[in-house]
Ligand binder design. Sequence first.
Ligand code: FAD
Length: 390
Amino acid sequence: MGIVIVGGGLAATRVAEQLRRAEYTGPVTIVSDEVHLPYDRPPLSKEVLRAQVDDVTLKPMEFYDENNITLLLGSAATTIDGDAKTVRLDNDALLPYDDLIIATGLTPKRIPSLPEMEGVRVLRTVDESLALRKHAGEAHRAVVIGAGFIGCEVAASLRGFGVDVVMVEPQPAPLASVLGAQIGNLVARLHRAEGVDVRTGIGVAEIVGGGTPERVEKVVLSDGSAIEADLVVVGIGSRPATDWLEGSGVAVDNGIICDNVGRTTVPHIWALGDVASWQDATGHQARVEHWSNVAEQARVLVPSLLGKEPPQAVVVPYFWSDQYDVKIQCLGEPEADDIVHLVEDDGRKFLAYYEREGALVGVVGGGMPGKVMKVRAKIAAGAAISEVLG
Ligand code: FAD
């Protein structure tokens, strides 16, 4: 029996590692539908795409052998029977468990009305990154649909290949829904300075292809204008990989509903990472799609599952994004409608504090690593904004 982990990414690896560190001696099995050893995703839109790195494996095979962790790669979990405590795989194998941990991550969204054709790509897996890199080496003009983190990073990496890039975003600025339009406009400025044609406040109406097999030739925008392209990257976000849970009794609402330590609505089934919506300190459900959140959740879930006390430290959420030579970092929980205090701006790099009800709730920096990290304790303490504006 033992513990079965479904999903083969960062969350799966972290919980397996933490289980062994916590001296859990029972069987641990990781089931992943990918054929690769669990790997790290942030480099896929950065170093891998820019051909600076090929191997993003999180842990070598020896780690799994030495820690007696069984890896079932290339196997998708298809159904769960919570009463019998079994999970069925696509090869019909039935795995019994004492506890099941779901860490299936996300599936990139596609635009339903747009046809699939060659030259139109999404980015979530290492295979997709390597294929995009190969294509980028031959492409002349790319349209990146969506100016979220992945769209922005892909645009920056494509510029490194000398590809002409048009980035199309229906919101008023890149990253506007996360960081607000004011900081989003600074991100747009960075991309424009690097030669990206950033078009905001506009959507995509149609992708037109030609030839056999059909290959992308142009993208038609909602104002009727057309952009010729031999590469299109769709970066319009992702949705939790939960389709396979239908009928399992595990409640899903924009992610797997969990309490504040990762318990789902079915006994002995837990979830963490991008797929999971945990209850936050204010009692709200929140799903986070960032790397450091996975590590924090693993640190809480594992002791809870083993009947031990989870750490009580205040966690200040953090994520980063690398675009050109600028590392954009975000600490705390800024929201698009917070009051933004832009305290430094040299035309490329910047630093902004986010205020809500008089308190410092977040900091966002572009190329300002020391200054971002410096205010961690103040954010954790809910300091007054006046303490940093001085
Ligand atoms: P994943 O890493 O997605 O792993 C889920 C795994 O489960 C996958 O291998 C999937 O194939 C497998 N799976 C799905 N369904 C099944 C099934 N039914 N059966 C078996 N296996 C299944 N975060 C940052 O903070 N900063 C960054 O700069 C950053 N850059 C990123 C760049 C890219 C291109 C991407 C895609 C993500 C980036 N992230 C970044 C986000 C970060 O990588 C994720 O938060 C993290 O990977 C989440 O880990 P996870 O284990 O929850 O999910």
